[in-house]
Design a protein around this ligand. Sequence first.
Ligand SMILES: Cc1cc2nc3c(=O)[nH]c(=O)nc-3n(C[C@H](O)[C@H](O)[C@H](O)COP(=O)(O)OP(=O)(O)OC[C@H]3O[C@@H](n4cnc5c(N)ncnc54)[C@H](O)[C@@H]3O)c2cc1C
Length: 373
Amino acid sequence: MVTDVVVVGAGPAGRALSHRLLRRGVAVTVVDPRPEVEWRATYACWTDEIPYWLPPGVVGAQVDSVAMRVTETTGLRRGYTVFDTVALRRALTLDDARILRDHATVVGEHHVTTRSGATITASTVIDARGLPGRGPRQTAWGVVVPRAQARPFLGDTEAVLMDWTPPSSDAAAGASFLYAVPLDADRVLLEETCLAGDPPVPVAHLRARLDERLSGHPITPLTTETVSFALRGPTAPWRVRPIVFGSRGGLLHPATGYSVGASLAVADDVAVAIADGHDPLGALWPRSARLVHRLRSVGLRALLALSPDATRRMFDTFAELPLTQQRAYLSGRDDATGTAQAMAALFSAVDKDIRRSFVRAVPGRRIIDEADQ
Ligand SMILES: Cc1cc2nc3c(=O)[nH]c(=O)nc-3n(C[C@H](O)[C@H](O)[C@H](O)COP(=O)(O)OP(=O)(O)OC[C@H]3O[C@@H](n4cnc5c(N)ncnc54)[C@H](O)[C@@H]3O)c2cc1C
């Protein structure tokens, strides 16, 4: 079987890219063992990352700002969107694609072999199989509750990105915070989250912490959510062949765990490059994006090196940074200057214990050298 492009993996990244390739007139074969399965995870991103081509119906809930609570409560005035995940998946139509319900066993630069023995040859193969599970992970445990029950946790804010109060009684096992966001008009997700742990904080710990946090409040969970995913992708995804995309392809922010917004945002640029016969890596990895990737990897190392108490203190300082710097660090995938400035500002503002920890995590000049390779 011959096709223009094979996309392996129909998660948010693979599906978004396939959808845009089809819109650009490219013949696409999608390989996934279960392409029809509904996505169950809660996917959120910054509102300004959502591409123009997605219909408004994909929005489950949208707020103008999110709160961060550490010593004080600060507002991060930036739109935040929680997707209606079922609607998002449906909007990423694959009507004209050839779909292979199969496991890819060999994913080469120009061919893919599947478990059932099919081989597909293509000009371009994109590997969007998600990030394999070694190394540091983000873990969380959440409950979905009726909006009225979430009021004590939201306070007078619409959504809480991170509530680090109060420190949990078993904090030594790893720092965690409450993430509280509306899913739609009626439901709110309350999730105890460890941003990054190596070894990861076990989900059972986070469940116990959430129970502790919610005790004394009348909570009747409608559903629950378990989160556990790898954070460390390839060191230099622009050098990996076949081309890797999505969380597997370096689009996952290693210090926040977000990738869906980035994959959606860049999918059409990659599709246009492929449709026009250009190298898609040019659209995916300009030098500035490679530098940001390096800086973020340093950010993950620095985060992992902090004690639970230092992690809280670091976020206390982060919450005080100017919004432009917070924004640059949290997304800004190709904003190397903004990311570097945010990291430098954070470095100057944190206490000296944290600074010492950061210094140990920073490999200095190598960041720039490696981004050029
Ligand atoms: C509960 C939960 C909540 C999350 N919330 C957020 C959030 O709010 N915002 C955010 O940005 N991120 C969030 N994440 C992180 C999330 O994992 C990723 O951001 C997202 O799923 C990555 O999308 P992806 O398409 O790159 O990979 P995946 O979603 O992992 O998709 C990979 C696809 O590849 C397929 N596949 C795997 N192996 C093969 C094979 N051998 N052959 C063929 N197909 C294969 C799989 O079936 C799957 O469909 C969350 C994760 C979890 C678990």
